[in-house]
Design a protein around this ligand. Sequence first.
Ligand code: WTA
Length: 561
Amino acid sequence: MEGNIIPARPGEHNLADYGAARADFDFARVAEEFSWFESGRVNIVYEAVDRQVAELGRGDQAALYFEDGRRQEEYTFKQLQEQSARFAAVLQQYGLARGDRLGIFMPRSPELYISFLGAARRGVVVVPLFEAFMEEALRDRLGDSGAAAVVTTPELLPRIPVGDLPALKHIFVAGEDIPPGALDWRAVTAAAAPDTAMEWVDREHPLFILYASGADGKARGLVHVHEIMTGLLITARWVHDLRPGDVYWCTADPGWITGIAYGFLAPWLLGIPVVVRGGRFDAADWCATLAKYRVSVWYSAPTAFRMLMAGGDELLARYDLSRLRHILSVGEPLTEEVLNWSMQKLGQPVYDTWWMSETGMNMICNYRCLPVKPGSIGRPFPGITAVIVDDQGREMPAGKIGNLAIKDGWPSRFRSVWNDPERYARYFRHRPWFISGDAAYRDEDGYFYFQGRVDGVINTSGERVGPFEVEQKLAEHPAVARAGVAGKPDRLRGEIVKAFVVLAPGYAWSDELAAELRNFVKTGLAAHAAPREFEVKAEIPLTGDGRVDRRVLREWVLGLS
Ligand code: WTA
């Protein structure tokens, strides 16, 4: 199972000695680096933007290189400060105060980042919404969070079921044709005087509520707080190895945790400029982006690497990627195929990192100062204790597969589930352990090996899909009596969404019906949640308490029964 070990790469790394760092690590010492340690005044936007301008002399340095095929723009830290201060003033003008929620539903664009910063400056809590979400997903998320306003684009606005959202008072639209009733984001922001006053908050004040899918029920609103910054700063330094002079590109969308935590917050805490490439994936565009911006540290995902591999060797050869000095991966198993490819074609390994929306920061990682064991997600970050526990929460020895669990107490973890304390408590049902929902084992050297989700959550191209939401959507279709949904292993995407359906009386299976059902989920919920495969069944297996029996579905997709 374990391939050839890739030796450590000694050199000038921010984390030079894993053992020593682990031995006396204390998150409290990381906190000393922030200006609030002295001033007592907390706001992550101050640390990530204003402080870079006011105290660290980086005002005129690039913070954001944005490009999406149509627009190409560059923002310095000072410009981000000014723009976000304008938008903060707009929010105040429209009555959004500390603690109120602002939905952000738009494709990657400068306005998205500015809106996020502007909201957080005022203590307004951001609800990031991935651009692929459709009406139902939006109704659930905006409804549950009680968002008072939303920022979107003319193209995406029609998907927001405004009539079903009584708390929603203002809609800011960034784009050309502003529909009646909506506010023109660009006009109101340009007209506002920048209010650089910062809303000082508690470290425990909510920063964003990110909806993440679980196995049962609707997506849960994971509440992250300003203190997320402590884990972000130190992992940006020790895992991503960021230093002055770097250009960082995290390819994740800010609708997901990676695109928020590492897409901009973590690098900006260290004053490092980020590249944001909007638009669809295109192998040649991606290589061109790496070369053009002289990206030195790159954080992406196995599916993307596999798509680049499929682009062929000539593609890479056409671009100067000599600045690339550190590559990392997240979200799905990093296969040996990808690792071999990067060793051969990029001359360096891809360093895998494991974490979740709930953890808020990288948890188990590979580091340049340690050998990489192919197939392993690596070793716990200094300051993090990870173990494998059985279903009763008892620690298991090396070599045994069980539940991957983390000892509670790290500063970047989520603090609650919005409107659902019971769900939050379930993660901590075996205190002091946070139960991740992933299965894994650990070897004698302390390396961990990911073995899949325990609970049936699907991971397709690194995107988290809750089977329950898809099952519910399918069951709304008249042709479907019942549905059971599971992830099926797939070479390119890691997993694909597979649906087992019991047809309603009077319906017959056909390719047209399959296409219709796929489209039904795609247009109602989200494109990435739409099943790529269907199979008709006479029954969907249920557990004793009437829930879909995910173990049996898993056996079905694997062809074991
Ligand atoms: C999976 C993404 C294999 C895992 C940051 C986890 C991984 C879920 C890895 C969280 C990895 C994350 N190898 N699987 N290196 N990293 N996962 O919340 O199942 O979108 O529970 O956060 O992704 O997905 P989420």
